[in-house]
Design a protein around this ligand. Structure first.
Ligand SMILES: [Fe+2]
Length: 342
């Protein structure tokens, strides 16, 4: 496995790059905008393809690299379903899997630091965001933080993982890089409380100043969505309402770009064919599935929120497939328009 822990010394943020092999797909957790060039250089040097950029929660101390990485690599942006970001390509919740080729992370909802905090679990390690830090825990005094919820996330979820599980947090201010669940249980001073009430009392009396970047970081982290209006201006977008009457027409093919888990959970448009977004660039070339479909029908791409499909329609047009459009706002907009699902 390829695993890199990367550090932003301004915000003391750790970001993690993961891939199963050279030449394979990669994902990055908690990227920082100022470091995007560095990440992309590393991606080239390691010969991996960045397909997902994930934030464990909405950060208050730095601007996320999610939007910039998507704009430069067309990768999928991922956050938890509670995130207040305007658009991310994919939203996950407890029990989902976060997958790339050869790497599987279990999605664990661990609120408390914020109400959109998630941890991602692999066989031997867990990425804890700011829920569990090394000899500390993330503050719970803003962004819908909740010390009681955090106690539950830590004691009833994270500390239930095997003792030897490596803990990789989103921050460290002392220079520590990694810990284990067993070590944190034994030596994390915040976890030596006798009860949930003791923990709440401790967390509510920290009296920390607000993060320096907070007034800048939170507003910009809420607006990371792809500018879908640019695609609409070119006439390549359909509102869900305008796409509705196209269901069942044999000169139109709906192309679903989401992953299997998303389709199972949320349903799909009747008659849609499935093409994984990560295969799209191959697929729009002569000989590819999408290219073949476009010979016989007008293609309407869709995904969860319209980001992947907006990028897909641009890739298809670049490949010379003129009769293509996408559903603005994705399946979320489709559901609001009471579009049929199967
Ligand atoms: Fe945070």
């Amino acid at each position: 496995m390829i695993f890199r822990q990367l550090f932003d010394s301004v915000s003391c943020t750790y970001s993690y790059l993961l891939a199963s092999r050279r030449g394979g797909e990669a994902l990055i957790i908690d990227p920082v905008i100022e470091k995007v060039d560095r990440y992309l250089q590393l991606v080239r040097e390691l010969d991996v393809k960045l397909v997902k950029a994930v934030d464990t929660h909405m950060h208050a101390d730095h601007v996320t690299g999610l939007g910039a990485l998507r704009d430069r690599t067309q990768c999928i942006t991922v956050m938890g379903e509670q995130s207040k970001a305007d658009v991310v390509s994919m939203r996950v919740s407890e029990g989902d899997k976060l997958q790339i080729e050869g790497v599987d992370l279990d999605v664990l909802y661990t609120p408390g630091h914020t109400d959109d905090s998630y941890s991602f679990v692999m066989a031997d390690r867990v990425f804890t965001g700011d829920t569990l830090l090394i000899r500390g825990t993330g503050r719970t005094d803003f962004q819908n933080g909740d010390a009681r919820a955090q106690y539950d996330s830590i004691f009833n979820k994270l500390l239930k993982l095997p003792e030897s599980t490596f803990v990789f947090p989103a921050h460290d201010y002392k220079g520590d890089t990694v810990s284990t669940i067993g070590e944190e249980r034994a030596f994390n001073p915040r976890l030596q409380v006798k009860s949930v009430d003791g923990y709440v009392e401790l967390m509510n009396n920290l009296k920390l100043p607000n993060p320096k970047m907070m007034d800048v970081a939170i507003p910009s982290n809420m607006r990371i969505g792809l500018a879908q209006d640019e695609v609409a201006r070119k006439g390549w977008a359909l509102s869900a309402e305008r796409a509705l009457p196209l269901v069942g027409r044999h000169d139109v093919k709906f192309v679903d770009l989401r992953e299997r888990g998303e389709r199972q959970k949320h349903g799909s448009i009747p008659g849609a064919v499935h093409v994984a977004y990560t295969d799209l660039h191959e697929s729009v070339r002569p000989g590819g599935v999408v290219h073949g479909l476009a010979d016989a029908a007008r293609l309407v791409f869709y995904c969860a929120y319209g980001e992947r499909s907006a990028m897909a329609v641009q890739a298809a047009r670049q490949a010379g497939l003129e009769s293509t459009a996408h559903i603005e706002g994705g399946l979320a907009a489709w559901k609001q328009a009471n579009g049929p699902l199967e």
